[in-house]
Design a protein around this ligand. Structure first.
Ligand code: FAD
Length: 386
């Protein structure tokens, strides 16, 4: 069979693949996305929808801020709505340990230029009277936002297509290599593809693509439990969470309250599933009641999770391959890829088009795993195997 040829092949039609395709296509470059299932059907379509800036890894702020600036323009740029909403984000501390994290995160966020407001108990009660009086303090960042994950990836992929990107669904990449002259990528259903550049945007499956270029990484998959309540009167404006991450919630204008929380559960990545054990929904709703007592009796109408790729240092792999020229990675987003996706797409498009980027991403290079990586302190706390 004759190989199809394109400038850049992208493996994975999640949000990272979509943004990369859009930025490349907008710059007039030929690009084709190969997606084994449906565009946006994995983590990118199943996530909580937080575009949170507070409390990020300090090395990620330049990328995150670049991403947020794109989110802020996204609806004007695409001419469509993905329910982007500059809701702001409130971190809540209920005990001394959380108070210490609150101060630490605020200091890091401020040093990156983010405006973070401190609220003590009385200030919090005056501004958010529906929150429990047992909350000791909070920090508020008004630039943080939310968007609807069910709409966002499809919207960005439509924009990429409008600029000429090719997008093939139900097209699984089964082997990838380099002939010396070009990448050769074999698919289960659409034959062979050749390209000058290859982007690994395969999310929780990105380790399988990297391994084909002798870049082994300890990627594993898991998902946080998510649940949504019946529609209730709309009173909660910002997205909120306990700073420990045990309860995260936001209310959408239709009235439903979306809730999530750690610990995450291990996924069955082959069968595209992460179970939500019933006790996690019950624990999550009990935890929600401690923060917002009026939600104590709310009814949960649906639960779900997703298959997300994590690495022990809890930061993604972004940037050029350490073994193969022309290969670029953008995977393993460790639970925060919805927010950074536009930045990752922009950086990968910069690297492909010009060989460089002004956004520092060296910390995310895959080669860090050659030396061995220290696990992040969140790693032990935020996962279990149930
Ligand atoms: C339940 C949940 C809640 C989350 N909440 C948030 C949040 O509030 N805020 C936030 O910033 N992040 C959040 N995240 C993380 C975020 O959703 C992800 O980091 C992000 O969507 C990753 O995008 P991606 O494109 O890398 O991966 P995906 O969306 O998983 O896309 C990868 C794609 O690659 C395809 N693929 C894989 N292998 C192949 C192959 N061999 N051939 C062809 N295609 C292939 C897959 O089918 C998939 O569609 C959450 C994640 C989950 C699971």
């Amino acid at each position: 069979m004759t190989a199809r040829t394109t400038g850049t092949l992208i493996v994975g039609g999640g949000l990272i693949g979509a943004f990369t395709a859009w930025f490349l296509a907008r710059a007039g470059r030929s690009v084709t996305v190969l997606e084994k299932g449906l565009v946006g059907a994995q983590s990118s379509g199943a996530n909580f929808g937080n575009l949170r800036l507070q409390g990020r890894d300090p090395r990620q702020y330049p990328l995150s801020l670049r991403a947020q600036a794109i989110w802020e323009e996204i609806e004007a740029l695409t001419g469509e709505s993905c329910e982007y909403d500059r809701t702001g984000h409130l971190y809540l501390a209920r005990d001394e340990e959380e108070l210490a994290s609150l101060h630490r995160y605020a200091e890091i966020s401020r040093s990156a230029g983010l405006v973070v407001e401190d609220l003590d108990g009385p200030a919090l009660a005056a501004r958010f009277p529906y929150l429990d009086r047992g909350i000791l303090a909070a920090t508020f960042s008004k630039r943080d936002a939310t968007a609807n994950p069910r709409l966002a990836t499809l919207m960005v992929m439509r924009a990429a297509r409008a600029h000429g990107a090719g997008v093939l669904e139900h097209c699984e990449v089964v082997a990838a290599g380099h002939s010396g002259a070009a990448f050769e990528v074999e698919t289960r259903s659409h034959g062979l593809f050749r390209s000058e550049h290859l982007v690994n945007a395969a999310g929780a499956w990105g380790g399988e693509i990297a391994a084909q270029f002798a870049e082994e990484v300890p990627l594993f998959s898991a998902g946080p439990p998510q649940f949504v309540t019946e529609p209730l009167p709309h009173v909660i404006a910002p997205s909120m969470q306990r700073v420990s991450g045990t309860v995260i919630f936001r209310q959408i204008p239709r009235g439903n309250v979306i809730v999530a929380g750690y610990p995450r559960t291990a996924s069955d990545a082959q069968n595209l599933r992460t179970r939500v054990p019933p006790h996690k929904t019950l624990d999550g709703m009990a935890g929600l009641g401690l923060l917002a007592p009026m939600l104590r009796t709310a009814h949960v109408i649906r639960v779900w999770s997703g298959v997300e790729g994590y690495l022990p240092d809890m930061i993604p792999i972004i940037g050029p391959s350490g073994t193969q020229d022309g290969l670029f990675h953008g995977f393993g987003c460790c639970g925060h890829g919805f927010q950074i996706a536009p930045g990752v797409g922009a950086v990968l498009a910069d690297l492909i088009a010009t060989g460089r980027t002004d956004t520092p991403v060296e910390a995310f290079h895959i080669a860090r795993y050659r030396e061995g990586v220290q696990a992040n302190e969140k790693f032990a706390r935020e996962f279990d195997s149930r």
